[in-house]
Every structure is written in C-alpha cells, then in structure tokens.
Design a protein around this ligand. Sequence first.
Ligand SMILES: [Zn+2]
Length: 253
Amino acid sequence: MYSVFLCLFFLYGITLGSFFNVVGLRVPVKKSIVKPRSACPTCGHQLKAYELIPVVSYLIQGGKCRGCQSRISPIYPIMELLTGCLFAVTPIFIGWSGELFVTLTLISMFIMIMVSDIQYMIIPDKILIWFAGIFLLERMIWPLTPWWDSPLGAAVGFVLLLSIAVVTKGGMGGGDIKLYGLLGFVLGCKLVLLSFFLSTLYGAIFGGLALLFRIVKRRQPIPFGPFIAAGTLTGYFWGTDLIQLYIRTFIMY
Ligand SMILES: [Zn+2]
C-alpha cells in the first residue's frame, strides 16, 4: 500500500514538473504561464496533448520535435524526472506530517528556480514572492520550534549572503540573497547555515571539476541555483545526522 502512495507521488511529481518547466522558462521573460500553449521554439509547431506527456513523449519522439526534427532540450525530461523522484522520496524522509507539504513546496520552488537559473542566470522575484506567501502561510500552520527560529533564520540567511555579496563585490546575485532570506524563514537558523555550507561545497567541487575537464572557461559564471537546491535538500533530509556527525568528529573527540 505504502509503495502505491510513493508511485502516486512520483506520477504527481513528473506531471507538476512539466508545469514547473513552463513557469521557469516563461516567468523570467514575462510571458504568461497559461497562454499560448506549449510550442516548439524553432518551428512554432503547437504541441498536441499526446506530445505533452511528461518524459514519455520525449522518449517516444527521440528527443526531437515532430514538426521540424530539431532537438528538444533534455532539460525538460530531466527536470520532470527529478521532480518525480524528489516527490517520491520525500515521504520516506519526512513521514506523513504537515512538514511534508512544506518540503514539497520547497522542491517545487527549487525546480522552477533551477530551470530559470540554468536558462537565463536569473532567480525571478515573481517566483520568490509567490513562494514567500505560501511559506508564510505554511509556517503559520506548521511552525518551527521555537517559532521565532523562522524570522531569525530569515535574517541570518539574508545578512550572510548580503555580506558575502559585499565582500566579494558581486560574487552573489541579488536573487541568491533574497532566496536565502526565504530559505532561512523555512529552515530556521541552524539548517540555513548548513544549507549554505553544503551549497558552496557542491558549487566549489563542481566548479573545480568543470574547470579541470574544460567544460567551462575560467571566470565564466555558473548558475548557483542548482547547488543551492542540492545543498538545501541534503541539509533538510540529513541535517540532524550531519550536525551530530560533525560534533562527534570535531568537538567531542
Ligand atoms: Zn519544431
């Protein structure tokens, strides 16, 4: 029975994932997310219902447009699959509680931000404002303990990123700073610090490898959004264990 629920979460995730793709691609360029219907960016061929099935359509069409045979970016099915997988594993980590809604909201926001950041190097204000409203409501229903960990975390996340932006003279974008304020509100003080530590760690490892294998050029900016998402979710799912491991390794012995 339990696995049936997880499968449903997976299907629910990939379906929403294809909507998150649309939001992430259209909001930064100020296009409506409802109209027009999805079309091929090369030839304008409007997608029929059977071409809009998440992941499946992409695989059947061999990653090509049915109108003009031009390649469709693999980012769409990847993000759909990622949303599906994250939705499916969330109940395993979080359990069936109110916090489940908060986590699914967080994942949804991250997918939109990743698409937008990878495509345009922007984390749109509009997406952040929308989610700020949802998180505010959710944290009123399911508050952190103590409740003031939320405003404190928001202040810590915002000020931390702002100071780094000032010190590095623009090494952090405005979107990253606002996002961390919001993450602090959702996660609280301890986890937002852990999230930032892990995100920079992932970013540094990826940046180093990308330079080594010459995927990117020196000083070429890399979107930070995907690393923030990865770091935050690691901290969120394994945070307590990681902090305890750290204390045992470096402080107690
Ligand atoms: Zn086409």
